[in-house]
Every structure is written in structure tokens, then in C-alpha cells.
Design a protein around this ligand. Structure first.
Ligand SMILES: *Cc1c(COP(=O)(O)O)cnc(C)c1O
Length: 386
């Protein structure tokens, strides 16, 4: 059965093809290796230090800390492991609860579960697609009491230990306002900044509002180490704990193997860090190109009825993935059919976490904005154009 491409969808297909200058398949997001990647990888192989020891991990950690303005950064094997460790060292344990948003990638909620904790879902704002401070405050006001500097859920009697907002597609959420609410209710703020390296809200980098922030360098992110992540923090004790726990909790010694707790093998191998250091050198270039692409899309969509997602006042997005809000579910589905059939990769935003079988029984607030966005938001090709 052939899918009829509406005029508007055909215009978009032609426009995307004119940007990427190709008649073949156009992916949603592909990495660009146009700097020192091969040089550093070769250096890494020649040195034989491809694994858990080597200079590129240190160079990267210093680089990302300087870039974001944080005091410390700890490289990890993935964004998911960075989330897991940040929750553990903030004291999230079996029986605790952690507030997050239903509109996120599954890793956010998986990491909460790895600690034996339960996610609670509060709604997002329509404009940022990230956690709504109003929804958060309403939930906490209605459902919790603060006892001995701990936030207790009146329904379950459990402690709500942390809150993880996420900056969707690099678009900053109202994290400064969220931080003020978390402080008031004695809930630790941990930012899932997996998608938002280079994004800024009210003069601070994403990942630096929380007690810790987490990033991902998976192959589809704005810069990549193949697979990797990091934890960013200003707290020296947490930084030390993170390093310790991600490196099998080994007590430093010339030769002895001593470990003082159950640790994790969550470190970033030096060979991945070699790739990442080269990518980091190009971050400003990528950000500039992403901004140019966003502006091209903005001009294109100005004269159409498509609604391109823009950052809110006070926020600067890294424009990792461009997103459109379509009229309804039916329009969204025909858009996805038509564009993918024409060889332009597009995809819907995630199914809400609150609907997945593992999280369906979790407590939640009113999720009407998240549900509305779930039916309407799609991503369009956003690779850096060179
Ligand atoms: C990519 C991503 C992660 C997980 O990162 P990995 O490196 O793939 O483990 C976590 N949260 C969000 C929102 C992400 O987009």
C-alpha cells in the first residue's frame, strides 16, 4: 500500500534533502569524526593503554569540568551507569522513592530501580518538555511532609530521596526553579543532562544545578566516546566516592588488591576517552553548526503550520535533536509513515515511562502535558551538517 505524501511532508523531505545534499537515506543523528579521532586512537593503541589506565580519561575529565564550570567530573562506561552511581552515592537505597518525569529515556527510571528505589512521575511543561516546577511543587505539597529534614510520602510512608529532571533533546527545563523546590522539601537534585551538554539555563551549564549531573556519550549524543558517560559535581567527597565506586572500590596500592565495598566496573576505557577527547575539541564547532541547522529549520517552518520546539526565555539549547509538535496522533502517524518511507528518518518521542510494564504501578501526578506531547512530538534529522 502506498502512503500518500501530503504537500507539506513532501516539502519537508525536499528541504531536508537540500540541507544534507544527498538522495540516499538520511539518519536522525549520526556522529561526525572530523578532528583528531584517528590520531588519538592510534596514540592510544601504540601506547597499549587502551583499558582502565591512561591519560585520555584524565584529559577528558579535566576538559569537561572546565567546560561546564564544575569542580569535578568522573568518566563512566555509560550514562546509565553514571545515573546509577550518582543515586547510590547520594544515599538512594532499597525502599526509597525518586521523583522524575514520565517523558524521558528509559535509562533514567532503570537507574532508579537498580538502587531498589521506586520512581514517582510528575508532569512536564509543554514548552520545555522537561519537568514542570509547578507540577513538582503541587505533588510535594499535596503528598508529602518534611520530618527530620527528610521528605516523607504520606501515601507510602517512604522517603523521597531525590529528584531527577531531564533536559529533553537538549532543551533546558526550568531547573533553577526545580532546585529551589527540591531544597525546600529536602530532596536531592540530580540532573539527567545526558542530552544537554552545551545547553545553558540562566547562565549555568546543564548538569551544574544539581548536587550531581549526569551526561551520556553514547553514539547518538552530541559528542561520543562510542559508549560512555560522566558524573559532574562540585562536591569533593561525592567526586571521590564516584571514582571509587566506578573503579571496583579498589583501595589504591602499588600491588595489593584490596577492595573496601562492593564496587562496580563502570569506568570509561582509555580508548573510548581517546575518541571523546577528540570529540570534545570539536564541541564548540558542533554547537555552532547545530545552531545554524536550527535556524534553517526555523526559517523553513515559519511559513508552515508545523510547530518547531524552541527554548524558553533564559535558556540556550544545544539543539541536539530538533523536534516538531504536530496537531494530533493521526497527523503524527502519517508524518512518520511518509517521511520514513521517503528515506528521511524521523521518530516519535518516547512512550511515557508510566505506561511501561515495569513502571505502570508507580505513583504519579496528573500527567496531562506529558500525555499531550507523547501523541504529537517527533524528531527530525539533526546531524551536524559539514
Ligand atoms: C542517552 C540517555 C541516557 C543513557 O545514556 P547511555 O549512555 O545510553 O547509558 C540517560 N538518559 C537520557 C535522557 C538519555 O537520553
Amino acid at each position: 500500500m502506498s502512503v500518500k505524501i501530503s504537500m507539506l511532508n513532501q516539502d519537508l523531505v525536499d528541504f531536508v534533502r537540500s540541507i544534507y545534499k544527498t538522495d540516499s537515506f538520511i539518519p536522525l543523528h549520526e556522529p561526525r569524526f572530523i578532528g583528531n579521532e584517528k590520531k588519538y586512537l592510534n596514540e592510544c593503541i601504540d601506547s597499549t593503554f587502551v583499558s582502565s589506565v591512561g591519560k585520555f580519561v584524565d584529559i577528558f575529565e579535566d576538559g569537561i569540568a572546565k567546560y561546564t564550570g564544575a569542580k569535578y567530573a568522573i568518566a563512566t562506561g555509560s550514562g546509565t551507569s553514571a545515573l546509577h552511581i550518582s543515586l547510590l552515592i547520594e544515599g538512594v537505597e532499597n525502599g526509597h522513592e525518586v521523583i522524575t518525569q514520565p517523558l524521558t529515556f528509559v535509562a533514567t527510571c532503570n537507574a532508579i530501580r537498580y538502587c531498589g528505589a521506586q520512581p514517582i512521575f510528575v508532569d512536564v511543561d509543554i514548552d520545555t518538555m522537561g519537568m514542570s516546577p509547578i507540577a513538582l511543587e503541587n505533588f510535594l505539597k499535596k503528598n508529602t511532609t518534611v520530618k527530620k529534614q527528610q521528605c516523607v510520602n504520606k501515601l507510602t510512608g517512604k522517603i523521597i530521596k531525590a529528584c531527577i529532571p531531564m533536559h529533553t533533546f537538549g532543551n533546558p527545563c526550568r531547573v533553577k526553579e526545580i532546585k529551589a523546590i527540591c531544597d525546600k522539601y529536602h530532596v536531592s537534585l540530580i540532573e539527567d543532562a545526558a542530552e544537554s551538554l552545551g545547553s545553558i539555563y540562566k547562565d549555568k551549564h546543564m548538569s551544574t544545578y544539581g548536587v550531581m549531573g549526569v551526561m551520556s556519550f553514547n553514539g547518538n549524543k552530541i559528542i561520543t566516546s562510542g559508549g560512555g558517560g560522566c558524573i559532574v559535581t562540585d562536591d569533593e567527597i561525592l567526586a571521590k566516592k564516584a571514582k571509587h565506586l566506578t573503579t571496583t572500590a579498589k583501595v589504591p596500592h602499588k600491588w595489593a588488591f584490596n577492595h573496601d565495598q562492593v564496587g562496580y566496573n563502570y569506568r570509561m576505557p582509555n580508548i573510548n576517552a581517546a575518541l571523546l577527547v577528540a570529540q570534545m575539541e570539536q564541541l564548540d564547532f558542533f554547537l555552532e553548526k547545530k545552531h545554524v541547522l536550527f535556524n534553517l529549520y526555523q526559517d523553513f517552518f515559519k511559513s508552515s503550520k508545523y510547530n518547531l520546539v524552541k527554548e524558553i526565555v533564559g535558556a540556550k539549547s544545544n539543539h541536539w535533536l530538533n523536534a516538531l509538535v504536530l496537531d494530533d496522533l493521526e497527523k503524527r502517524n502519517s508524518f512518520l509513515e511518509a517521511t520514513n518511507k521517503a528515506g528521511i528518518m524521523t521518530r516519535p518521542i518516547w512512550t511515557l515511562m508510566s505506561k511501561l510494564p515495569m513502571f505502570i504501578d508507580c505513583q504519579k501526578g496528573d500527567l496531562k502535558n506529558a500525555e499531550w506531547l507523547e501523541d504529537r512530538v517527533v524528531n527530525i534529522p539533526s546531524s551536524v551538517v559539514i
